[in-house]
Design a protein around this ligand. Structure first.
Ligand SMILES: C[S@@+](CC[C@H](N)C(=O)[O-])C[C@H]1O[C@@H](n2cnc3c(N)ncnc32)[C@H](O)[C@@H]1O
Length: 205
């Protein structure tokens, strides 16, 4: 079933990451707040890394990542694929919010992959989050789907890769794209009968 996905057919949702100070003693959610604080630190560390790494570094942690975690939990997702790991903020959000899922995350910069793996160990997520090292365009054709949720966050060329990403998502799964077309062009997809839901995330600023 062909579906025209227009650049205006997107969902702009920005979730603020809760600031420090939620961790009130005696509350039932204390453990959750500790996890939130660790994620908040990773969001800030990702921004700090980009500034320190210098020009060309594209680690822009997505403010919507907690929402993708909620979607993963709601599906519920067993397998999640992220394209563009950075130093791990989004993958950590998803794995923390959806504790029964496994996340595979592609990263082409070895420094980012090293830092992300350290962050996953620090959060006890290393058994459920695997960094696939290498270029997405080399790795994507080799992956076996289906994934329940695919989140594209590397900025790859959608005209070439959207069909591949769509094939990797199971019917009724969710594909989250960072930006369908930087130039504002529409993209036409052939979707399975049970259409995959496509959410277009707010572009990184
Ligand atoms: C916007 S950042 C990802 C942010 C990350 N998801 C987070 O939560 O912070 C883009 C990342 O994709 C990686 N990347 C860009 N193009 C890539 C490609 N073709 N293959 C693999 N990784 C790529 C960059 O090295 C960078 O770490």
């Amino acid at each position: 079933m062909p579906l025209k996905v227009s650049p205006s057919a997107h969902l702009y949702i920005t979730l603020a990451v809760p600031a420090a100070g939620l961790n009130e003693p005696g509350t039932a959610v204390k453990g959750a707040n500790v996890a939130i604080q660790l994620l908040r630190e990773l969001f800030d560390a990702s921004d700090a890394h980009r500034r320190a790494h210098g020009e060309g570094c594209t680690v822009f942690p997505s403010p919507q990542a907690p929402l993708w975690g909620i979607i993963a939990a709601a599906l519920p997702a067993a397998r999640v694929l992220e394209v563009g790991c950075g130093i791990g903020y989004q993958a950590a959000c998803i794995a923390t919010t959806a504790p029964s899922c496994r996340v595979e995350t592609i990263e082409g910069d070895p420094m980012h992959a090293d830092l992300a793996e350290q962050e996953f160990v620090r959060r006890g997520l290393e058994a459920r989050v695997t960094v696939l090292r290498g270029d997405a365009e080399t790795l994507l054709p080799k992956l076996d789907g289906p994934y329940d949720l695919v989140v594209e966050d590397a900025g790859i060329d959608y005209a070439r890769w959207l069909r591949v990403l769509t094939r990797l998502v199971r019917p009724d799964g969710v594909l989250i794209t960072r930006n369908l077309s930087k130039e504002g062009a529409s993209v036409t997809l052939d979707l399975p009968t049970n259409a995959t839901t496509i959410i277009r995330a707010r572009p990184a600023s």
